[in-house]
Design a protein around this ligand. Structure first.
Ligand code: THU
Length: 129
């Protein structure tokens, strides 16, 4: 998988963000271990606290579309409104649920890959139950 393709999918998803309250658009693209790509954008609500991040919407799309392929190899996150745009804490935990191994963000110097353990160390996960 070409990383540019995955980041392109995240970029494309960010154009569909529904963010009338924050004006902060985000797109996420998940690559599964079997090579599928699932995308999501943030979707806000007049009841502000109900906003859902791009990463969690991408994870929900994955869960629905590929019940037999829910291992996340990596996730690319992109926002035209912030560079880099890292997943929030809640999204890190949700990505962790599906074994996410790496996060890719676009920095001024280019694409940068972060091992998941680096952005959510000592995580609580399904194997702890
Ligand atoms: N947001 C995301 O979609 N992903 C992130 O990683 C950070 C924040 C959204 C939530 C909200 O719609 C807007 O960005 C501002 O917080």
């Amino acid at each position: 998988m070409d990383l540019e393709t995955l980041v392109g999918a995240a970029r494309d998803a960010s154009t569909r963000a529904y963010a009338p309250y924050s004006d902060f658009r985000v797109g996420a693209a998940i690559l599964t271990e079997n090579g599928a790509i699932h995308t999501g954008c943030n979707v806000e609500n007049a009841s502000y606290g109900l906003a859902i991040c791009a990463e969690r919407n991408a994870a929900a799309a994955m869960a629905l579309a590929s019940p037999d392929d829910r291992e996340i190899r990596l996730v690319a996150v992109y926002s035209p409104d912030a560079s880099p745009c890292f997943p929030c804490g809640a999204c890190r935990q949700v990505l962790r649920e599906f074994g996410c191994k790496e996060v890719i963000v676009e920095e001024a110097s280019g694409l940068r890959r972060y091992p998941f353990e680096e952005i959510l160390p000592h995580a609580f996960g399904p194997e702890d139950l």
